[in-house]
Design a binder for this molecule. Structure first.
Ligand SMILES: [Zn+2]
Length: 401
C-alpha cells in the first residue's frame, strides 16, 4: 500500500514535469494600467472641443482685426481731414495778417488825408484872414470898399470863387477820407470774418483731434482684445497639442497592447504579460534535476483573471479537463495546425467543441488547474501534428526562465 502510494507520487511528479516543466513563481498578474479605446475616444472628444474653442477664438480675432482695420482707416481719414483743416487755418492766418497789414496801411492813409484836410482848412482860414485884412473878402469891407453896386457884386463874386475853390479842395479831401474809411471798414469786416472763420476752423480741428484720439483709443483697445484672444488661442493650442500627443501615445500604447498577428499569423494568447517562464523543448527541472521535454511555453504573470484569446481563426477541437493540463482548450486552424491553452480557471470556458472562433476571441480565463505550481498559461502550437517552438510566434517575449 505504502509502496503503491509512493509509485503514484513519482508518476504524478513525472507527469507534472512533463506538463509543467518549470516552477511557477509568478503570483498575480502585475497591475498593468491598460489603455482603453473609450479613454482615447474621450481624449479625441476633448481635442475636438479644443478645436471648436480654437475656431471660435480665431473668428473673434478675425472680427477684431476687421474692426481694427476699420478704426485705422477711420483714423487715416480723420488725419487727412485734419491736414486739410490745418492748411485752411494756416491760409486764414495769412489772410488775417494781410488784412491787419492793409488796415494799418489804410489807417495811415486815413490819417494822412485827415492831416491834409486840416492843413487845407488852416490854409483856407489864413487866406480868409489875409483877404479880410487886405479888404478883399470881409462883407463889411466888401460893402464899404465897393465903389458901386456892380463893384460890390464883382467883389463878392471874387470872394465867393476863392471860397468855393477852397471848399472844393476840402470837399474832395472829405470824400477821400470817406472812401478810405469805407475801405478800412470793409477791411475790418473782412478781418473779423477771417477771425471768425479761424475760430470755426480751430473748433473743427479740436473736434477732429478728439475724434482721432477716440479712434486711436478704440484701435488700442481692439489691439489689447486681439492680444488677449491670441493668448487664449495659444493656450488652447498648447492644450490641444498636449491632448494630441497624449492621444498618439495612448493609441501607440493601445496598439502595442493589442495582440498583433506574427509571421505565422498568430497573435499573443494573452495581453497582460509577455513573460515566458518556461521555454519549449528539453529542459532540466530546477528542483529534481530530471530531464523532460516541454511541448509548449509557459506564460507567467497572468494571474487568475487574464483573458485567453484564440490566437488564430479556427474550430474548437477540445474543451475539457485533464489531471495534467487542468482545464484546457485545443483549437484547430486547419492543415493539421492546432493551438492549445492549458491550466485555465475552472468554469471559465467561453466556447464549446465545434464552435468557430475568430482570432482574438476570448475563449476563457487563466488559472492554475491541473499540474501547476502557480497561475500561468501553458500554450502550445502544433504544425502538422508536431509541437513547434511558440516563441517564434511570440514577438517581444520577455525571457523569465
Ligand atoms: Zn507548460
Amino acid at each position: 500500500m505504502k509502496k503503491k502510494l509512493w509509485k503514484r507520487g513519482v508518476l504524478l511528479l513525472l507527469a507534472a514535469l512533463f506538463v509543467v516543466g518549470c516552477v511557477q513563481t509568478e503570483g498575480l498578474a502585475p497591475a498593468v494600467e491598460a489603455v482603453t479605446q473609450s479613454e482615447i475616444d474621450n481624449l479625441k472628444d476633448n481635442a475636438s472641443d479644443l478645436g471648436d474653442q480654437k475656431d471660435a477664438l480665431q473668428s473673434q480675432i478675425d472680427a477684431l482685426e476687421s474692426d481694427k482695420s476699420k478704426a485705422l482707416e477711420q483714423i487715416e481719414l480723420l488725419d487727412k481731414q485734419n491736414d486739410v483743416i490745418r492748411q485752411e487755418i494756416s491760409n486764414t492766418e495769412s489772410l488775417i495778417t494781410n488784412y491787419e497789414n492793409l488796415i494799418t496801411q489804410t489807417q495811415a492813409e486815413l490819417e494822412d488825408a485827415e492831416r491834409q484836410e486840416a492843413e487845407q482848412y488852416d490854409l483856407f482860414c489864413k487866406r480868409v484872414r489875409a483877404m479880410e485884412e487886405n479888404g478883399t473878402v470881409s462883407y463889411w469891407s466888401v460893402l464899404f470898399n465897393a465903389t458901386d453896386f456892380a463893384d460890390l457884386l464883382s467883389r463878392l463874386d471874387a470872394a465867393n470863387e476863392i471860397m468855393e475853390a477852397d471848399q472844393r479842395v476840402i470837399d474832395n479831401l472829405k470824400a477821400l477820407q470817406a472812401e478810405i474809411s469805407e475801405k478800412k471798414a470793409t477791411l475790418e469786416t473782412s478781418l473779423s470774418e477771417s477771425q471768425a472763420a479761424k475760430k470755426e476752423l480751430e473748433s473743427k480741428k479740436a473736434e477732429l483731434e478728439s475724434q482721432i484720439a477716440k479712434a486711436q483709443e478704440l484701435a488700442a483697445q481692439i489691439e489689447d482684445g486681439i492680444g488677449e484672444y491670441e493668448e487664449a488661442l495659444e493656450a488652447v493650442e498648447a492644450e490641444e497639442a498636449r491632448v494630441q500627443a497624449e492621444i498618439k501615445r495612448k493609441e501607440q500604447e493601445l496598439a502595442a497592447s493589442l495582440p498583433q498577428p506574427t509571421a505565422g499569423g498568430y497573435i499573443w494568447p494573452v495581453t497582460t504579460s509577455k513573460k515566458i517562464t518556461c521555454k519549449f523543448g528539453p529542459r532540466t527541472h530546477p528542483i529534481t534535476g530530471k530531464y523532460s521535454n516541454h511541448t509548449g511555453v509557459d506564460i507567467g504573470g497572468v494571474g487568475y483573471t487574464s483573458n485567453i484569446l484564440a490566437t488564430k481563426d479556427g474550430i474548437v477541437l477540445e474543451a475539457t479537463y485533464s489531471s495534467a493540463y487542468g482545464y484546457y482548450i485545443v483549437i484547430s486552424h486547419g492543415s493539421g495546425n492546432t493551438t492549445m491553452y492549458a491550466h485555465m480557471s475552472k468554469g471559465t470556458f467561453r466556447v464549446s467543441v465545434g464552435d468557430h472562433v475568430t482570432q482574438g476571441q476570448v475563449i476563457g480565463t487563466t488559472g492554475s488547474t491541473g499540474y501547476s505550481t502557480g497561475p500561468h498559461l501553458h500554450y502550445e502550437i502544433r504544425e502538422n501534428g508536431s509541437p513547434v517552438d511558440p516563441l517564434q510566434y511570440l514577438p517581444g517575449y520577455i525571457q523569465s526562465w
